[in-house]
Write a protein that binds this ligand. Structure first.
Ligand code: HEC
Length: 125
């Protein structure tokens, strides 16, 4: 009888390992599902950007902040995300150039502007 005792902890260990494996499995599934969602979000935001904003912002003409220019976006975002969104919706006069209201497309919704700005500023990852 004594010889079977050391097997007991081993059995628990195995049970534990199985339970853990299951946990990791569902976690991986949730992670890949949210990754797909995130990729869809980025694709949607990029399309809005490409269609409405890229003409000025891709080249950075007249100080239009370029996507991926982290330093520049950090400076802009220091005003507060809401302020930046409002300025994009209403438009404003810069030192060198004008940011037109909604990038010149009045059909864009606030949510679409928010998506485009999130994309440009690197908030969507
Ligand atoms: C006709 C050119 C043009 C288009 C099109 C355009 N922008 Fe701009 N945008 C500018 C310029 C120029 C600035 C910089 C003004 C400054 O700060 O001197 C700017 C600045 C910005 C800023 C920074 C705001 C801040 O508070 O500093 C955001 C955000 C922005 N644009 C978003 C967008 C979005 C979103 C679109 C598309 C829906 C878009 N822009 C389309 C020219 C444009």
């Amino acid at each position: 009888m004594k010889t079977s005792l050391p097997l007991l902890p081993l059995a628990f260990l195995l049970l534990g390992a199985c339970a853990q494996e299951k946990k990791i499995d569902t976690k991986t599934q949730t992670e890949s599902a949210s990754k797909v969602l995130a990729e869809q979000k980025i694709a949607e935001a990029k399309t809005i950007y490409d269609t409405n904003c890229a003409s000025c912002h891709d080249t950075g003409m007249t100080d239009a902040p370029k996507p991926g220019d982290t330093e520049e976006w950090n400076k802009r975002m220091a005003q507060g995300f809401d302020v930046v969104i409002n300025k994009s919706i209403e438009g404003f006069e810069g030192k060198k150039g004008t940011m037109p209201a909604k990038g010149g497309n009045e059909n864009l919704s606030e949510s679409e502007i928010t998506k485009a700005v999130s994309y440009m500023s690197g908030r969507l990852k």
